[in-house]
Design a binder for this molecule. Sequence first.
Ligand code: XMP
Length: 403
Amino acid sequence: MWGKFIEEKIGEIRKNIGKGKAIMALSGGVDSSTTAVLAHKAIGNRLYVIFINTGLLRKGEPEFVIETFKKRFGMNLIYVDKRKEFFSSLKGIIDPEEKRKAIGKTFIDIFEEVANKINADFLIQGTIAPDCIESQKGIKSHHNVGGIPKELNLRIIDPLKDLFKNEVREVAKELNLPKEIYHRMPFPGPGLAIRVLGEVTPKKIAIVREANAIVEEEIENTNFKIWQAFAVLLGIKSTGMQKNMVRTYKEIIAIRIVESSNGMNANAMNIPFKLLQKMTYRIINEVPQVGRVLYDITDKPPATIEFEWLEVIMEETLNKVLNRIKDTILIKNKHYGNSFHQTIEEYGIVALLIRLTDKLNRLKTAYQYHESMEDTLLDIAGYAILGLIEIENTKGETNEKRR
Ligand code: XMP
């Protein structure tokens, strides 16, 4: 059924690329793997497949990708280990959209570096229809949609851009890709970074990676027709009890298992309690940092499939900052009188908050010296208050002189 599509796409890629070279990123997921096989059939070893170890991949993924595509398919595979770069680009970021942007930027920088060495003319991408639709609607950003710098002069080819995931799987099957690939559940480009709520660190990724491997392993042993099954690290600690009655505070893992045909809508899977219990016991026993496991039973809509996190903490922190400023001003107000208070209320706080929220990137530098983002903000708020008071003092002096 997909034979004609495959022939047409191979022909199109061959015609577009001519005698040129192309690069593409391979993640090992069904989209990029199918794209790679199509492109490899079209232009052979003029296709350079770049596999970047972001440090955000699932357990065993790097080994699997190298084994399959380099050894089995004989592709020109370039393996780049950039774990450190990705982790440092994520430091201090808690908003999932910001994570996507940081990861996308690091991806593109690495691409630029490798592409310049290869001198490629084309960039082949595994973008599929929902990626384009959701990016256009602004639901979430995809790093492979529209992020390639123009200076690279790479022409872009998206052979699968009109297909939905179930169709891509059929194409993959027809292309004789191994079952592990065409059966693979979708895995987001930003990887485990969006399955750690809040700031990403290597330690947190290691926890969610282990828990995720258990969920995947257990679900693979069943015949459930699932769309995705994964683990999320909530990033908050919950109370527990050790055998000697000592209270502990350990991480919480949420399990999400959904059925869907294209990811646009999804239902939480009705999983037998016994299976959930088995996953839970294994996670608790095999991942010692975890002390509690939850199962998410929300459909999409209203919830999304990925389990992300709004900037609640940031809002709370900004409120604390605001209150700290107000308190300080009220105390100082006794000294300066009403007009100063009003000035600060009307201009100072608003301007300060705009500056704080606007310049979050700059905060990352300050953040290196603090335990948490909240400490950084509070510290900066302290300096800001001193700054405002100084300005007001100077104004006061000038007014005195005028008189
Ligand atoms: P949501 O969470 O929006 O997810 O219901 C729908 C599907 O998209 C996947 N997803 C992503 N894929 N980059 C990707 O390549 C992303 O940033 C991203 N975010 C979500 C998700 O796993 C699900 O299959």
